[in-house]
Design a binder for this molecule. Structure first.
Ligand SMILES: Nc1nc2c(c(=O)[nH]1)N[C@H]1C(S)=C(S)[C@@H](COP(=O)(O)OP(=O)(O)OC[C@H]3O[C@@H](n4cnc5c(=O)[nH]c(N)nc54)[C@H](O)[C@@H]3O)O[C@H]1N2
Ligand SMILES: Nc1nc2c(c(=O)[nH]1)N[C@H]1C(S)=C(S)[C@@H](COP(=O)(O)OP(=O)(O)OC[C@H]3O[C@@H](n4cnc5c(=O)[nH]c(N)nc54)[C@H](O)[C@@H]3O)O[C@H]1N2
Ligand code: SF4
Ligand SMILES: [Mo]
Length: 806
């Protein structure tokens, strides 16, 4: 059994959701946190109805088996079958093997889906609304009534808006409900827009760097095909992509078939991921953040061996060589000039790249040849490589490779860049009144905007104004753990959160007492997706909608965000405009009807038909991004300034920023292997999204804790140098923080790199040492230069043995 710190070491009897909560002090909690070995807090839960033998329950009552889905941001919208009897979920299964549905990709429940029941029925779930009684962050709360909670929210909204203006109101990242079309997070924005607006934020921490960079090549971001077009593809290069764990719509449905059909898969990743073990014919590890050096050398090989697609380049692109450069650019700025070292004297050979990436020159040469000579071939980049401070360059670099080899706009190829499919269809959402506040910040600016808004500049990401009008004074974090867990550089964030004179009022809704929930002033116990109505939407390249039905009644005083928001709206005198008289279910029916009307050709079922059918698959023809632009460029120019694919981007060139080169070529990353800081902190730490949680959601699910324990992956060479053996407790540190976890000494990670799964809960002891293995104690809040986005993955650390394995 893995060690398990449920709710910071509180036993279930001390469940913080209960008014009997004894007020575990920070000191008490910290002691509990460091008393790991004494094991007083391992979860032992008496059996409840939900744990009953399933077959017995099913026999005893008329069991209903309902296809449904979670609305998590987990990459999938799988075929979940909830077994419901007597108002209780008794079992979760998935599409049975004998149920044939030729139209629907097979989406079997992953291990997280199989564990939903434990997530929903766990005794540590929050039960009652609570208000903070200790210092902010201390974790002391007391139970209050819903009337008091909504009165406090309404009165603070009024007071803070009157004092600081609507610009002081902020709704935070909260992705646990973003897989559904309706959420408390969206409805909060609606409520705020009806009462003066709020400070909007932009940038997706998931793939915002890619989304910002891709249009500089193609004019638009979405550049993925539907995956059915890849069935004949002979070679797929998965570049920092791990869909065996991250799911990505119905990717695995197709990849598994392709594998059986003989498609060759190569994976470029510093880690031997589950995708490498399940799909790859070849694994190419490279040092994190050096992807562009590998790409540059591949382009050098392709061009110097005359393997590039000359006709394609000539017809559709600018910037390849000096003859195809835009006006007003001096000599030696083209791709060929860069690769041949015409300006800097450095020829971008495989030997050059080997030193930077640690990929052997011969492997680079072979990879380049394989990619350029297999027609068509698909280079598909995941989002791990772009969650770096060089992420925009990495994302655009892969588009140049796709272009050189003529893999853009062709069936079986892939344009790289942002791989979301442009013909994907969405459900409508709740109607959103216009936000009267016109300025917006990058999500990366929120700590600064809370600390001292006068310091947030346009260079940092401020839009619509040259200065913010107000600090963030009231913050809603609904279904997120982005105050003190998933956000980078936790220590600087919590310093601002702990200062109660900065953000004056923080409302959090969650199912659990997460590290972020501890910073709430008002903490609200939301219903789970099984206790609400919704419509689930797929990711990226998949395209279908699934009804997420309310299957069970909420227990205790749990309420959906929408439900309490109606009460707040009433106290602000705007309930009729806010709700338009609809219950949650009526909103879902309304949204479904709007979706149906907006796509008459799709023949969507009516809502009552949907309740029987459960899902709707959009039957689109196979879709290849940019096919029209390639077939008939005269009439369908690329939406770039030149109308062509821009290998060289004059728009980037004109920014005159050393980290935004016009060719998106290799530039050493801050805190990459070439940084001076590497002398002090010689290991690169990366994180990955593992199979047993969706970000931090379900972190504390005991079934999922058994699947995988939070550990630091370290190569035997690096471990040996530090006297670290399998299972030893190690401390990972840099100037921002210290984490303490067991070591997994494994060749699954390359030398020079260590890795930890993202999403573990932050559990600091009295000295601030994190015992949870939350990598954001160590990650950096540095903003990417073009997107003004996140770089969670770029960090240098040192690792030291702390205790021997027992
Ligand atoms: N099981 C599971 N699935 C999930 C999620 C989850 O938490 N758990 N989260 C969902 C969410 S919100 C998102 S945004 C997506 C994210 O999906 P991704 O961003 O694609 O997932 P990651 O695991 O962060 O990164 C993918 C791979 O990139 C590798 N990598 C890291 N740095 C580099 C680098 O510098 N170069 C290269 N070549 N590779 C690198 C990592 O080792 C990892 O194997 O996944 C979704 N799916
Ligand atoms: N180090 C590192 N950090 C990362 C990343 C990384 O790769 N590495 N990835 C980043 C990415 S891509 C993302 S998307 C973010 C995700 O960061 P967040 O958006 O904060 O997502 P979660 O961590 O899943 O937190 C969601 C919270 O919502 C709660 N929840 C679940 N269901 C419900 C519900 O129905 N109602 C309510 N009210 N709450 C609910 C869960 O218990 C959980 O505490 O993390 C980012 N952080
Ligand atoms: S957690 Fe996500 S990927 Fe797993 S079964 Fe549920 S919907 Fe599918
Ligand atoms: Mo994400």
């Amino acid at each position: 059994m893995p060690l398990f710190f449920w709710g910071y070491g509180m036993s279930e009897h001390e469940n913080i959701g209960d008014s009997r909560f004894p007020g575990v002090t920070r000191r008490g909690f910290l002691k509990a946190g460091s008393a790991l070995a004494t094991l007083p807090f391992v979860l032992t839960r008496p059996a409840t109805a939900a744990d009953n033998d399933i077959s017995e329950t099913a026999e005893a009552t008329a069991e209903r088996v309902v296809q449904t889905c979670s609305t998590f941001d987990c990459g999938g919208k799988c075929d979940i079958r909830a077994h419901v009897a007597d108002g209780v979920i008794t079992q979760i299964t998935t599409r049975p093997d004998n149920e044939l549905d030729p139209d629907m990709p097979i989406m079997r429940a992953c291990v997280r889906g199989r564990s939903y029941r434990k997530f929903i029925y766990h005794p540590d779930r929050l039960k009652y609304p609570m208000k903070r009684v200790g210092k902010r962050g201390e974790g002391k709360f007391e139970r209050i009534s819903w009337d008091e909670a909504t009165t406090l929210i309404a009165s603070n909204l009024k007071r803070i808006t009157a004092q600081y203006g609507p610009e002081s109101r902020f709704v935070h990242v909260g992705t646990a409900v973003s897989g559904g079309t309706f959420s408390g997070d969206k409805m909060m924005r609606r409520l705020l827009n009806l009462t003066g607006g709020y400070l909007e934020s932009y940038h997706s921490v998931s793939m915002g760097n890619t989304a910002a960079a891709t249009p500089y090549t193609y004019g638009v971001a979405a550049s993925g095909n539907s995956l059915d077009t890849l069935m004949e593809t002979k070679l797929v290069i998965l570049w920092g992509h791990n869909p065996t764990e991250t799911i990505f719509g119905h990717t695995n449905h197709y990849f598994q078939q392709m594998k059986q059909n003989g498609t060759r898969f190569i994976v470029v990743d510093p880690r031997y991921s589950d995708t490498v073990s399940s799909l790859a014919d070849e694994w190419i590890p490279l040092l994190p953040s050096t992807d562009n050096a590998l790409m540059d050398a591949m382009m050098y090989v392709i061009i110097s061996e005359n393997l590039h697609d000359k006709a394609f380049i000539e017809r559709y692109t600018i910037g390849f060589d000096e003859a195809s450069m835009p006006q007003g650019v001096p000599a030696n700025e083209s791709l060929v000039a860069y690769l041949m070292g015409d300006k800097d004297g450095v020829v971008k050979t495989p030997q050059w790249a080997e030193k930077i990436t640690h990929v052997p020159a011969q492997t680079i040469r072979q990879l380049a040849r394989d990619y350029a000579t297999t027609k068509p071939a698909a280079l598909i980049q995941g989002w791990g490589p772009q969650r770096h401070n060089c992420g925009e360059r990495t994302a655009r670099g892969s588009t140049l490779l796709a272009t050189l080899t003529g893999n853009v706009g062709v069936k079986g190829g892939w344009a790289a860049g942002y791989g979301g499919c442009a013909n994907r269809k969405f459900a409508a959402g709740p109607e959103m009144p216009e936000n009267p506040v016109k300025e917006s910040i990058s999500v990366m600016n929120w700590v600064q905007a809370a600390d001292d808004a006068s310091k947030v500049t346009q260079e940092d990401g401020l839009k619509g104004r040259d200065k913010l009008k107000s600090n963030i004074r009231i913050l809603f974090s609904l279904a997120g753990n982005y105050l003190a867990n998933q956000n980078p550089d936790l220590q600087q964030a919590v310093k601002v959160l702990e200062d109660e004179s900065k953000i004056e009022f923080i409302v959090v809704s969650d199912l659990y007492m997460t590290p972020s929930a501890r910073y709430a002033d008002i903490l609200l116990p939301e219903t789970s997706f099984m206790e609400r109505w919704n419509i689930g939407e797929t990711w990226g390249t998949a395209s279908y909608l699934v009804l997420s039905e309310k299957l069970i009644e909420p227990e205790f005083e749990r309420r959906s965000d929408y439900d309490w928001q109606r009460e707040v709206a009433a106290k602000l005198g705007i309930e009729p405009q806010f709700s338009e008289g609809r219950t949650e279910k009526q909103w879902i029916e309304h949204i479904w009807e709007q979706t149906r009307l907006s796509m008459p050709d799709e023949h969507l079922p009516t809502f009552s038909e949907l309740q029987k059918k459960r899902k709707h698959l959009f039957k689109s023809k196979p879709y290849v991004a940019f096919e029209d632009n390639i077939r008939d460029p005269q009439n369908n120019p690329f939406p770039t300034p030149s109308g062509k694919i821009e290998i060289f981007s004059k728009r980037l060139y004109d920014m005159k920023h050393p980290e935004i080169p016009a060719l998106s070529h290799y530039v050493p990353a801050h805190e990459g292997p070439e940084d001076e800081l590497a002398k002090q902190f010689p290991l690169q730490l990366i994180t990955w999204k593992g199979k047993n949680r969706a970000n931090s959601t379900q972190y504390a699910n005991p079934w999922l804790q058994e699947v995988q324990v939070q550990k630091l992956w370290i190569n035997p060479q690096d471990a040996e140098k530090r006297g670290i053996r399998q299972g030893d407790i190690v401390r990972i540190h840099n100037l921002r923080g210290v984490c303490q976890v067991p070591a997994e000494v494994t060749v699954r990670i390359m030398p020079g790199v260590v890795a930890m799964q993202a999403g573990a809960w932050w559990q600091p002891d009295a000295d601030g040492v994190d015992h949870g293995g939350c990598p954001n104690v160590l990650s950096s809040a540095r903003i990417t230069p073009l997107a003004k986005g996140n770089s969670h993955q770029t960090m240098l650390v040192e690792v030291a043995k702390y205790e021997s394995a027992v």
